[in-house]
Write a protein that binds this ligand. Structure first.
Ligand code: ADP
Ligand code: MG
Length: 286
């Protein structure tokens, strides 16, 4: 049985995904900001780590000097609540998290349950798939990364996110049935990229809630890697109670428990993501 992983794997070792773990270079500091790369964090299954990934990858990118805007695009408003913000108070405005939560370089566009009403109304709009893109367009020069926390469905709100995104990050929980529904998600992404948004690509699949002590999470992870190969991030997020604890505290784990494995995993993911964008050649950071 594999030993419990208490630290990040070292470069050159076999990583949890069964591939040699690369050394991610430290990202270059940015000399100027924008235009933003838009990332949809998407999986129609609930409870897989979309909101947790949006908050903590966002915070880790902000630590790297990136200007980050988080968009709460789930009517349940879990992203706003996870950052200690009552979404009803501040609807429709960009919210500076430094002011309230001490998070430097990260802003929030909150939402609330009214969004589900918006979804019904949107159905009748001309260009209904592009409404979010229109809202975000004027904000793009101010940010390096805009991350959209999608709702757990493939409805019109999620289509709006995919229709304006450059990349999709798909969190997958390392549990049985993780792959259930992924084919449908991939089909939807394909359709959006051929019909609505040709710039859309899959930035990567992220294995979450991994526990190296249990055979079944290791099996699920290897089946994810078998299915999706290099699209799967080398970085894997372990299952730890520090994530729900951080949610209750209304903070990213990178500040709530700055030295924890969970915080460091999201920092590794930030480096891996920045490296992927640089290699794909559409990193405005040059
Ligand atoms: P989603 O947005 O996909 O519905 P969440 O990010 O809200 O999923 O996560 C669902 C629940 O699981 C939350 O209570 C969250 O705190 C918890 N959670 C997320 N990631 C982890 C993890 N790596 N380890 C343990 N619990 C986690
Ligand atoms: Mg969520």
């Amino acid at each position: 049985m594999a030993a419990t992983r208490l630290t990040e794997p070292q470069a050159g070792e076999l990583g949890p995904t069964g591939r040699p773990y690369p050394a991610f270079s430290n990202p270059e500091p940015l000399l100027e900001h924008g235009p933003a790369r838009i990332i949809a964090v998407c999986n129609q299954k609930g409870g897989v780590g979309k909101t947790t990934t949006t908050i903590n990858l966002g915070a880790a990118l902000a630590e790297q000097g990136r200007r980050v805007l988080l968009v709460d695009f789930d009517p349940q408003g879990a992203l706003s609540v996870g950052l200690g913000i009552q979404p009803h108070d501040i609807e429709g405005t960009v919210y500076n998290l430094l002011m309230e939560r001490g998070v430097i370089g990260m802003d929030l566009l909150p939402s609330n349950i009214d969004l589900s009403g918006a979804e019904v109304q949107l159905v009748h709009e001309v260009g209904r798939e592009y409404v979010l893109g229109g809202v975000l367009a004027p904000l793009m020069p101010d940010y390096d990364v805009i991350m959209i926390d999608c709702q757990p469905s493939l409805g019109l709100l999620t289509i709006n996110a995919l229709a304006c995104a450059n990349g999709v990050i798909i969190p997958l929980e390392c549990e049985y049935f993780a792959m259930r529904g992924v084919a449908l998600l991939m089909e939807t992404i394909e359709k959006v990229s051929s019909r609505l948004n040709t710039k859309l690509t899959i930035d990567g699949l992220l294995a979450t809630m991994y526990d190296s002590r249990t055979l079944h999470t290791r099996e699920v992870l290897s089946s994810i890697v078998n299915g999706f190969g290099d699209k799967v991030f080398h970085t894997v997020i372990n299952r730890t109670v520090r994530f729900p604890d951080a949610t209750v505290a209304g903070e990213p784990i990178t500040s709530f428990d700055a030295g924890s494995l969970g915080a460091n995993s999201y920092r590794e993911l930030a480096k891996e993501v920045l490296e992927r964008w640089r290699q794909a050649g559409d990193d405005h950071e040059g």
